[in-house]
Design a protein around this ligand. Structure first.
Ligand code: 5GP
Length: 178
């Protein structure tokens, strides 16, 4: 037997929503120096579509952070494994995430980024699980709110697999893989 995947958000739904997000971001950032910062690896598929939907000058950069130990109640300080290359002081940073779950990752990254004194730091996430929050953090741009399910595809993985799916699916593990 193999793992079961149920489509939660289709390729078409993703395409349409990303175009809407891109238009809103373009309107909101007129006249600003926008830097879209993707968090590796989960955001790569989303950010590559998103930047093409933002019809204005912008730059991109990437960060990689370690995930804190899951299942703990700690405030989960994340380690910065790769910082941005670009100077962001005075610029407008848009952090691009695949999913905001407990909120600990993005809250930590926001705080880290704010120390570099950009003009602003905002968050754009493809997926949001608001019911799972452990810290009060909101993304200014959200693709889709989803229930508390483990999802894969469109950049999101399970054990490094499924990132290349063009839809977001709910993963149910086969008994043998649990
Ligand atoms: P947070 O710090 O908000 O709890 O977690 C954010 C990170 O946890 C995401 O960037 C992602 O790597 C991972 N994550 C949270 N929920 C899911 C999920 O449903 N599926 C996958 N594949 N990763 C998830």
């Amino acid at each position: 037997m193999s793992n079961k995947i149920d489509i939660l958000i289709s390729k078409e739904q993703l395409e349409n929503r990303i175009i809407e997000l891109g238009k809103r971001i373009k309107e909101d950032y007129q006249g600003k120096e926008l830097v879209c910062v993707g968090l590796l690896k989960g955001s790569v598929v989303f950010i590559s579509d998103l930047i093409r939907a933002i019809d204005m000058d912008l730059s991109i950069d990437f960060m990689k952070v370690s995930s804190y130990g899951k299942g703990t109640d700690s405030t989960g300080v994340v380690k910065i494994l790769k910082d941005v290359d670009e100077e962001v002081t005075g610029k407008d940073v848009l952090l691009v995430e695949d999913i905001v779950d407990t909120g600990l990752t993005i809250a930590n990254v926001k705080e880290f980024m704010a120390k570099k004194r950009p003009n602003s730091v905002k968050v754009c996430t493809l997926l949001d699980k608001p019911s799972r929050r452990k810290i009060d953090v909101k993304a200014e741009y959200v693709g889709f709110e989803i229930p508390d399910e483990f999802v894969i595809g469109f950049g999101l993985d399970y054990a490094e697999k499924y990132r290349n799916l063009s839809y977001v699916g709910k993963l149910t593990l086969d008994k043998e893989n649990k």
